[in-house]
Design a binder for this molecule. Sequence first.
Ligand SMILES: [Zn+2]
Length: 218
Amino acid sequence: MTVLGKSAHRSRKRFGGILQRYVLLDIAWTETAGRIPVLEDAAIAESFWNILGDWESVRHADYLLELASVLFPQPGPKPKAFSLLLSGMRALSGGRLPRALARTAEAAFLSIAGFGPDLSSCKGCGRTDNAPFRFLFSEGRLYCKNCPSTGGVPLSLGAVKTWRILQSPSAPAKERIRISENILDELQIVIPVIPKYLEWCIGKQMRSLAGEVSAGKP
Ligand SMILES: [Zn+2]
């Protein structure tokens, strides 16, 4: 949401200079019909300042914020998306590999936002492991190697299984889930399918990371 912090920059006394990026704030505001809500009080609940120590983490933190605002543009509480964003910031601040986290966050945000995709089985025959699959953006579904389909991108069974795990909203918090470098390369470099599917769903390019996401650069 957008709130107006009256004299927030000058009023160090009032907000103590805490209105910065990468902090979780408890805030209080007042609303008047037809006007921008006014910030009344703010206190730091949790800070993620470690993010500032690493440029890649900064860029990916901004990417997470953009993901959240692009996929959930309507105002109002979004508890699942919020907890996903929060766990992502904690993970980045805790030194988690930024690009692994980005793929995890994309998959989980897409799933929460209702874009799926349904990776449970081949849409044609229902088999779950008849790889390689083809993934069709327009359907958000897989077709196995035996079933006719046109277009789409090829996905190995390993990539499909990894994507299934990443869709879990709690995935960013699970440090135990280790994405093997091979699969990560497959997802991000050889076939950067998750970010491409993401941009297909939202109908535009993400601004953070300056287009390198769908271009498939590491
Ligand atoms: Zn099939």
